[in-house]
Design a protein around this ligand. Sequence first.
Ligand code: FES
Length: 256
Amino acid sequence: MAAATQQLAWGRFTLRRDAWWLQPLLVILGLGGFGLYSTYRVFENAHYVAGLYQSPLGSPDLRGYVPWLQAFVPFTISPALLILPFPLLFRLTCYYYRKAYYRSFFTMPPACAVRGASSHAYPGERGIFLLQNLHRFFLYLAILILVILWYDTALAFGLETGHLVVGLGGFLFLGNVILLSGYTFGCHSLRHLVGGKLDCYSCDEGSKARYKVWQRVSWLNTNHMGWAWASLFSIWAVDLFVRFLDIGLIRDVRLL
Ligand code: FES
């Protein structure tokens, strides 16, 4: 009887019997966990640098460019507070993440053929969601930050020391920027930028070149979700590495 009642109640939301709830749950855990961790790091305001390594959560450190900002707040501004909003807006307006958090956090709906718990029907990307259209501009900023993170990776391999340094940290930094590049250069907006508004892909050298770039961006775009998650976790891992290194919890493994 109890099972039948439960089945009836469940049936009001969906007739699906598979684990449709698992994906939204994992998204909540992943995005929610990273959100909590990065908020903690912003307010911890320490351990962004350890030796040659500069954490991606605090790079670039913009405080030197806007020192007057400090006069407006009663706490010491952390580098993460100044830089994180830009990659955060890039990810929040990303086509993949939109789908993920509309489903998981807003239940609009949580999965195919499942009724959302939200009392409001999905209104489309109007109102506040119109801001999603700014994604292309956040892409430009993300590319700029990516260039700086590649430079940080070169520093992790000893660029400024005058000799090659090969350590665990360098490999972590390298893996992180490769994953971030895969995510950024597989962006749907970039795909449109390089290949859109063209009627012919083979009419002249310019359109042929754009077609080739479009093919590469499309290849990355095929698994945009995978790049999105892998790069999110790699940022998390690299920041933890730098933080643990700086507080003396771990030591870098050096080969050279
Ligand atoms: S669509 Fe995901 S980064 Fe642009």
